[in-house]
Design a protein around this ligand. Structure first.
Ligand SMILES: Cc1ncc(COP(=O)(O)O)c(C=O)c1O
Length: 420
């Protein structure tokens, strides 16, 4: 007997995707009401064969049945089960259920990276000539994908400063098919009004997509504010330990089916081991994110008072220009803090190179604190004018707070600041 019997999926021969799995989650009642319970139990079931409480890793790429017809019933005719892992895999299905519950959607998809989730979702909802409105604070990889590829293929892309709702509404028209937002956003942790933009998308009948990587569902659930498709780089807070490259989308069942139709042909689905590591990582998501929030708040407050720091960007600070909006749409303010040290990029560089515990590395949402300086590690492709336009001033540091003891991190920051 295989795990097929305990999974809860159907295959469906739809107009576009053959053998696309349609998640129809049973009303699972035993994962609790609070997010701290859901992260542990959501999507997971005790194995009825072994009674093991840990989800198994199913590495099978293909699934065998007693007869060809039985296989075809699963692949083509909507019978519960799995046939080929690009279309659906038991371990990935558990991850998909878990993230769907946490993000308050009906169904999820596990991707091989955050970029795979973003590119596949864009490709699902856009045809050449369609218009897309995107926050100009989006992840630089998303911007590159749109600028270098989607524009060339005939999509009309409007990048807007989404801190002002008017900039979004100015670009809305009958050809707008998709609005893509992201916040808190690189590099100055700016916000957009998720709900106000949701109302605009609904009025015009455009899909509303949102990258919730920085906040995680512990701090913010965009579906509450009218978002149709939430995407994630699972590489960050969700998996949480810098050992998984993954992505996810969460949506209604109908949107899931549309996106999965694209995903099976683009092929960038999440491998079973990464799904398993992500399931395991998410069990401590609430504990970790609470600690990230607490550490980041303390670090931001320390930096704000420090004489060698010129600017600090953190939505949890009263001085953040959108602090009130942050309180409205976020339950916690996240682990990312940006700041400017000394007077120049050279000062930023000296500070960075003097750090001892904090690692000089890209990415975010890791157990380890990670720092990058604009003088040497990030935004190197931008001109000085372009950097200033998005708030990257001399000595800019992007800091991803880890879950270490905050006193050690503050001490490390303090000793490095003494070097400039
Ligand atoms: C906000 C955000 N979205 C998407 C991505 C892309 O994710 P991945 O690197 O998993 O493809 C990143 C990566 O840093 C990110 O920070």
């Amino acid at each position: 007997m295989s795990l097929v019997l305990i999974m809860d999926q159907k295959s469906d021969n739809t107009s576009k995707g053959i053998g696309v799995k349609k998640t129809e989650r049973k009303k699972q009642k035993d994962y609790g009401k609070q997010i701290g319970t859901k992260v542990v139990h959501a999507g997971e079931k005790t194995n009825p064969l072994t009674h093991g409480i840990v989800t198994n890793i199913d590495f099978s790429t293909t699934f065998a049945y007693d007869t060809g017809r039985e296989w075809a019933d699963v692949f083509y005719h909507g019978k519960q089960g799995f046939a080929y892992s690009r279309h659906g895999n038991p371990t990935r299905a558990t991850f998909e259920d878990k993230i769907a519950i946490l993000e308050k959607g009906e169904a999820g998809i596990g991707f091989s990276s955050g970029m795979a989730a973003i590119a596949t979702t864009f490709s699902t909802y856009l045809s050449p000539g369609d218009e897309i409105i995107v926050t100009d604070r989006c992840y630089p990889g998303t911007r590159h994908l749109l600028d270098q590829y989607f524009k060339k293929w005939g999509f009309i892309v409007h990048f807007v400063d989404s801190t002002n709702n008017d900039n979004v509404s100015d670009k809305l028209n009958k050809n707008t098919k998709l609005i893509h937002m992201e916040c808190p956003a690189n590099p100055t942790l700016s916000l957009c009004d998720i709900e106000a933009i949701g109302k605009m998308a609904k009025e015009i009948g455009a899909k509303y997509m949102f990258d919730n990587t920085f906040a995680s569902p512990i701090n913010q659930t965009p579906i509450d504010f009218g978002v149709n498709v939430v995407v994630h780089s699972v590489t960050k807070y969700l998996s949480g330990h810098s050992d998984v490259l993954g992505g996810a989308s969460v949506s209604s069942n109908a949107d899931r089916e549309e996106i999965m139709n694209t995903a099976v042909y683009f092929g960038g689905v999440m491998p079973p081991f990464d799904a398993w590591l992500s399931i395991r990582g998410i069990k401590t998501l609430e504990l970790r994110v609470k600690r990230h929030n607490e550490n980041a708040q303390a670090i931001a407050e320390f930096l704000e008072e420090h004489p060698k720091i010129r600017e600090v960007y953190y939505p949890g600070l009263k001085s953040h220009p959108q602090h009130e909006l942050a309180k409205k749409q976020m339950k916690g303010f996240g682990g990312m803090v940006s700041f400017c040290v000394g007077k120049s990029d050279d000062d930023g560089e000296t500070f960075l190179n003097s750090l001892k515990i904090i690692k000089k590395a890209t990415s975010l949402g890791s157990t380890c604190s990670l720092a990058q300086a604009s003088g040497s590690m990030i935004y190197l492709e931008f001109t000085e004018e372009e950097k200033r336009a998005i708030g990257i001033n001399p000595g800019f540091i992007r800091f991803s707070t880890g879950i270490e003891d905050k006193n050690d991190i503050i001490e490390d920051l303090d000793q490095a600041l003494k070097k400039i």
